[in-house]
Design a protein. Structure first.
Length: 200
């Protein structure tokens, strides 16, 4: 077990991906190692759970949430630490961003920060606080780092993520929307992860 108190970043994959995607295609551990070696990021443990079905579609959000909260987090933190992680972060891309939004906004006290990349936005006509009443208590979110939202200018998810950021602004929930070049690609998700890890 690791005696040092370290943060943990739980990385959620997208549709048609598996638990290895953030590592094999996203180079997550290499990105983290390089940033740490360069003094640009803190030491962090990356946990990459599988939230997909056998046909690689992502499980529904109301199934993923209890899996993460009741199984994944307790397993990781009991296996690698003598006590719970110093801080927890939840990060997801595409469909995994939807799971991050759902689980993070339903359990804000569990997390020190959320990373929502290229998904998890707010459809037109939907009122965010009706979906997630915890957002009405902005004091809880004041203890977290700003919600990190990132998307490419050519990504179809952009309008919904703009609405998400605008709704969070209206509710006085700290957040930052980064609109980059490009679309729904691993090139973007790798750089979004790098920027997120620098802020942990």
């Amino acid at each position: 077990m690791v005696e040092e108190r370290l943060p943990v970043a739980y990385l959620l994959h997208g549709d048609l991906h598996d638990a290895a995607a953030w590592s094999v295609t996203g180079y997550a551990e290499r990105i983290a190692d390089n940033l740490i070696a360069d003094g640009q990021a803190r030491r962090v443990i990356l946990a990459m759970p599988d939230t997909g079905t056998p046909n690689r579609r992502n499980l529904p959000a109301d199934t993923v949430e209890p899996y993460l909260v009741s199984e994944v987090i307790p397993f990781v933190e009991s296996k690698y630490f003598s006590e719970p992680a110093s801080e927890r972060y939840l990060v997801g891309l595409s469909a995994g961003a939807g799971h991050t939004r759902y689980t993070g906004f339903r359990n804000p006290a569990l997390f020190a920060g959320l990373g929502i990349f290229s998904g998890g936005g707010l459809p037109d006509g939907v009122i965010l606080e009706q979906l997630f009443p915890s957002l009405l208590n902005s004091d809880i979110y004041g203890q977290m780092k700003p919600v990190s939202i990132a998307v490419g200018a050519d990504d179809a998810a952009l309008p919904n993520l703009r609405r998400l950021s605008e709704s969070l602004d209206r509710l006085k929930i700290p957040n930052h929307l980064s609109v980059t070049t490009g679309g729904h690609t691993w090139f973007n998700w790798r750089r979004y992860l790098a920027e997120f890890l620098k802020g942990i």
